[in-house]
Design a protein around this ligand. Structure first.
Ligand SMILES: Cc1cc2nc3c(=O)[nH]c(=O)nc-3n(C[C@H](O)[C@H](O)[C@H](O)COP(=O)(O)O)c2cc1C
Length: 329
């Protein structure tokens, strides 16, 4: 194996490992990477799909899209440009993407910065302070997300009130359905490398106009006195409602969230309203039928005077990155 080949497979394995930091619904981390001599493949892990909450796999694929974007940025930061084939094999739906045609270009300083943001990005479910985010920050976040081929729209005051109603309806549906309750309990009571530890869940429901997800149990994260009056609620949406666009939506989520992190803006995804078919249809109404909603994002400034939640755990690299095809070469 030449030095260039070795440098490439090392960069591919490292990019896949770095992508493990991506956000995922309930921290399910439903991805597995395969390093090949000249490509990197991303597969969905069906064992970690939320079969009751997300039977169609919308949030599953979206989560994998976030990991795909993380890997693309990590490669760019190391000076590799990759072509991306999304859902390349119609007979193999679980193969979500292949990064291929890798060529050496100069390291990308913006990508290097975003890789640093991957290390600090996290979900902070506390209420936010009174200072709204600036228009220029919202524009930058929107541009980063929309560059990935889906759209992001800020909701106006009336639409936020519609969202608030839909979010509490979605919570009610979740709390009344034993299958949904059991699934949530499973992912919030694990003591291993997946799921949500108590330290990242609010100790009491924050006093917000739009309710955050009711996780069905109190955590240990102090919420403080904030509200969400200064929040910008945005909706990630697009023209189609199928795996290829869910993947793009995940890439957009990662792009927008990493940019937000760089700008000191906190992001909380709200997917309850997307999971429940009735409230998803209501959100479609909010968009006046202009597209299909993928995810709601709350943007705001976190309380700078108190430490936020810790990072959620991640699966060991060996469990998510398969290097057998390049081992010993
Ligand atoms: C598709 C998707 C949906 C999510 N939905 C919610 C949600 O409804 N409520 C919430 O508090 N967090 C939500 N999250 C955040 C995840 O719980 C979080 O990313 C995961 O636990 C990993 O933690 P981290 O973001 O701090 O690394 C969602 C994340 C993704 C990618």
């Amino acid at each position: 194996m030449s030095q260039t080949d070795h440098a490439l497979t090392t960069a591919l394995a490292q990019a896949a490992a770095t992508a493990g930091r991506a956000p995922s619904v309930h921290n399910t981390q439903p991805w597995r990477w395969r390093v090949l001599p000249d490509a990197l493949e991303l597969r969905v892990v069906r064992d970690r799909q939320l079969t009751a909450t997300d039977p169609e796999g919308r949030l599953l694929v979206l989560s994998c899209g976030a990991a795909l974007h993380h890997a693309r940025v990590a490669l760019a930061a190391e000076g590799w440009q990759a072509g991306v084939e999304r859902i390349p094999d119609p007979d193999d739906a679980d193969l979500l993407a292949r990064l291929t045609g890798l060529t050496r270009v100069g390291t990308d300083p913006e990508a290097m910065h975003l890789v640093q943001c991957m290390r600090i990005r996290h979900t902070d479910r506390r209420p936010i302070g009174d200072e709204p985010i600036t228009d220029s920050a919202l524009t930058e976040i929107t541009e980063a997300a929309t560059a990935e081929g889906v759209r992001l729209q800020q909701l106006d005051r009336d639409q936020v009130l519609q969202l608030a109603t839909a979010a509490s309806q979605a919570d009610t549906v979740g709390s009344e359905d034993p299958r949904l309750r059991a699934e949530l309990a499973y992912w919030t009571s694990r003591a291993d490398d997946v799921g949500l530890p108590a330290a990242v869940l609010p100790e009491s429901p924050p006093q917000t106009t739009v309710p955050g997800r009711d996780f069905g149990r109190a955590g240990t994260l102090p919420v403080g006195p904030g509200h969400d009056q200064a929040a910008a609620y945005t909706l990630l949406y697009g023209d189609e409602d199928e795996p290829s666009t869910w993947l793009r939506a995940g890439e957009a989520l990662s792009a927008g969230w990493l940019t937000a992190t760089r700008l000191g803006v906190s992001v909380v995804p709200l997917s309850g309203v997307i999971e429940v078919p009735g409230t998803r249809a209501e959100l479609r109404g909010v968009l006046a039928g202009m597209g299909h909603p993928y995810l709601v994002l709350r943007l705001g400034r976190a309380d700078p005077t108190h430490a936020g939640p810790p990072h959620t755990p991640r699966l060991p690299v060996e469990q998510v990155v398969d290097t057998t095809a390049v081992r010993g070469t």
